[in-house]
Write a protein that binds this ligand. Sequence first.
Ligand code: ADP
Length: 633
Amino acid sequence: MAKDNLQFQTEVQQLLQLMIHSVYSNKDIFIRELVANAADALDKARFESISRPELAREWEIRIAADKDANTLTFIDNGIGMDRDELINNIGTIAKSGTKAFIEAMKKKDEAKANDLELIGQFGVGFYSAFMAASQAEIITKKAGTDQAWKWVSEGKDTYSIEEAERDDQGTTIILHLKDDAKSYLEYWTVSSIIRKYSDFIEYPIKMKHTVKKDDKDVEEDSTLNTMKAIWLRSESEVKDEEYKSFYQHLGQYGDPLKRIVYSAEGTSEFKALLFIPEHAPFDFQFTDRRTNSLQLYVRRVFITDNCPALLPDYLRFVSGVVDSSDLPLNLSREMLQDNPQVHKISVNLTKRILNELTKMLENDRERYEKFYREFGRLIKEGVHTDYANREKLQNLLLFETMNNPSGKLVTLKEYRNAMPALQQDIYYLTGDSRSALENSPHLEILRKQNYDVLFMTDPIDEFVVSGIPEYESKKLKSVNKGEVKFDESIQKELEEKTKKAADDNKSLVEAIKKALGDKVKDVTFSSRLTESACCLVGGDADPSAYMQRVLKAFNRDTPNVARTLELNPDHPLVAAMKRLFEKTPDSPKLTEFSEMLYDQALLAEGSPLPDPLLFAKRTAALMTFSAEKEAAE
Ligand code: ADP
């Protein structure tokens, strides 16, 4: 077959441009990336060889420097690639992290060297080779096949592929080094980079070099890494630096916020090294599960980095390694899904992670809040989905509250402990934003009683609280739903007032109800208003107005649930409408004002008006009337 010239995907071209012109100071990381790829290829081949023993080899990664040819070569006897895989894996970008990197770069001034630090953090894989190489060749043969392929590119827009020879399975990557990258031909340079970034790689990384022995040059073959699986070493033996580079090896960027080193014994034996990241990655989708950063090993043999059963979905921010002593090696990936041993590990790890988070909350609040601001949503998801750990998860929730300044977060326990003695329930209010909530008429009476209210501004919050009917024997109550209950003494006074208002205004209330028709469930007098004229209140079990808006935004078909219009018995408008009603019971103004009251209640809670133009017209008419009246006085 002849040589084919092919184009890189546009995104690859952009990335290569960045690599070629990179002024990134730490070019060393390309070695880390190529070694990581080789180790992955060996992992895959080793896994395959469990069912196909003919693929088993003496696994190794080899690096060779040729000063005459000016090349640095990486060789592995792993899984290799066929022609299609070469095109799909190297010619296109599949990894979302790399895509996110390109996006991040595009947004920034590309000339700035410090932005390029991102390269090291993201780990852009194979392409990083072009920071050091002016040309790269890949010669690869897929394990179990007979045909090898050669891929060549100068890192510009195109690459070529042709048939080639290779003795055995695996991949050889030959880098023709740029002039300013010649130092990578030195054994000591390469070996120190390997020790820094890839020491824990479980396969020997070998390199030949010449040493002087008795004044003669002798060639020695050395293994550059210690190959000690980092998760099997005791925490006191491992330097922070090593943990950090392992974290990056897992495809994470930046620093971990917390690491968890765990060794379980007893009914289930496993070791785990887990990381909680400092930041959610650019591409972190709260709805997608990130699968590739939590690896499952069985007795040091890599099995998969896609084992959703290993941790519940809501803990998908956790990355790391779990190495089990009990699982059989020949377990298929599908079977892992409902394996009781895996389930045990999951239960165990979940408990451990939640305990660590609890400790962080108690002892290092600042760090915990940092975590919560990034991943709090997932904790909420956990409250909703992980029944067994609900209590622990509830205690990990943080909320802003009415009486605390914006940005200050409190736990349910802190709220509970600060409740005035007479307060019966835990109050919350859901809405778009803090400022929208702060103006809500529903808060008026609570503010007067000096009660606090949890502010919930995340659309998922309402689902979450629906799963927490009670916290430490106090009911969680939405202040815009159902009745607000106070201590008996206050309650009695309020009830008497509303009852008297209801008795005094029976016919007016009837008239308003008639005017509003099926827009409202009822019209009553309120005990929760001190300033506003009215508000809308839902039934205890109804979704709040905010939730209805959220559901609508997601295109869910949600019926409008009619609510009760509550009037403030002390508001002068009510008294004025009563006088008008008594004088002219069929005045068209009564209908108009009833509708305006309803619209005001919608506005106050942040709901859209059914007919904003009509409302504006009516307000303008009232303003005109009032202005003319004052002018005439
Ligand atoms: P990543 O390794 O993060 O997926 P890369 O750009 O480094 O991204 O590599 C892309 C893909 O190319 C890899 O996922 C793998 O499928 C393939 N690949 C790279 N190097 C090798 C190798 N030495 N042996 C086999 N496949 C490889």
